[in-house]
Design a protein. Structure first.
Length: 280
């Protein structure tokens, strides 16, 4: 608030980074984001821990489900779509990740990337039949809507994984033909920025698969047109914990001094009965 414009704030940050007395500037000297050592289990990011808390409050809620829909002019066959989607999840391990409770006593939960050899693609296909009459065509609308709703609204099991499921809707010729690709994803695996990445890569993958039907999913994943991914989200989770360990003690010390010894009394709501661990 003392530097309320972007320009003034940027100048203040540059000044802090230039300090070499071990003060605030040192806290801003972050380590580089690099690939983490190979391991079977990885820590959760702070954002994923938040999603896990909300998931445990209500494991049947679809409120954090995200949907990405992509229209394709061609009527894609199931094999082509499966190869493209397998290439996508090979490039982005977060899409084939699950939670693993490592220690039941401490409640520490880790994330495990499922190897491609163990991964089973969740692909649901709905094919609209060509209907000569309008009544028959309109009869497919409720079934199509039910198909889409099932993809969007079914809850995810974050522990069992995967955190994404796919759908292929092949339209009838009298409805214009073409196909619709659907990716339903839990927010623990991505955000709105992620849907833009999915859109760009799926378009590149489906185009390459249509031009060269002989390409395998592994070959599609290595397309020169797609950017090489030097780090993944598990690498970010490791990096984030390293950064937080550097700054957390100084920040905690500030709040201890500000709030006084012991801090404020815990606020337990509601006050007429203990708060349950799970919402009812």
């Amino acid at each position: 608030f003392g530097h309320p414009t972007a320009s003034a704030l940027a100048g203040r940050i540059r000044a802090l980074r230039a300090e070499s007395d071990g003060g605030a500037g040192a806290a801003l000297a972050r380590p580089p984001l690099v690939p983490a050592p190979a391991a079977d289990l990885h820590p959760l990011s702070a954002n994923q821990e938040q999603m896990l808390v909300l998931f445990d409050l209500d494991r049947t809620s679809p409120v954090y489900n995200m949907a990405h829909v992509q229209q394709v002019e061609e009527k894609l066959d199931t094999d082509t779509v499966r190869r493209c989607l397998e290439a996508l999840v090979e490039r982005h391990p977060t899409l084939r990740t699950q939670l693993v409770e490592q220690d039941a006593e401490t409640g520490v939960t880790m994330q495990r990337v499922v190897p491609m050899l163990e991964y089973e693609l969740a692909l649901d296909v709905f094919v609209e039949a060509d209907a000569p009459g309008s009544s028959a065509a309109s009869g497919s609308v409720p079934r199509r809507e039910a198909f889409m709703a099932r993809l969007y609204e079914a809850p995810f099991d974050l522990h069992a994984g995967p955190w994404v499921r796919f759908g292929l809707l092949r339209h009838a010729s009298d409805a214009g033909g073409g196909s619709t690709l659907v990716a339903a994803m839990h927010h623990i695996a991505g955000d709105e920025w992620s849907t833009g990445v999915l859109d760009r890569e799926l378009r590149a993958l489906t185009s390459a698969a249509a031009d060269t039907p002989s390409l395998s999913s592994q070959q599609l994943a290595a397309l020169p047109a797609l950017p090489q991914l030097t780090v993944q989200y598990t690498d970010f989770a490791h990096w984030q914990r390293e950064v937080l360990s550097m700054v957390s003690e100084s920040q905690l010390a500030y709040w201890r001094a500000t709030l006084g010894h012991g801090g404020p009394a815990p606020l337990e709501l509601p006050t007429d009965r203990p708060r349950p661990k799970l919402q009812t």
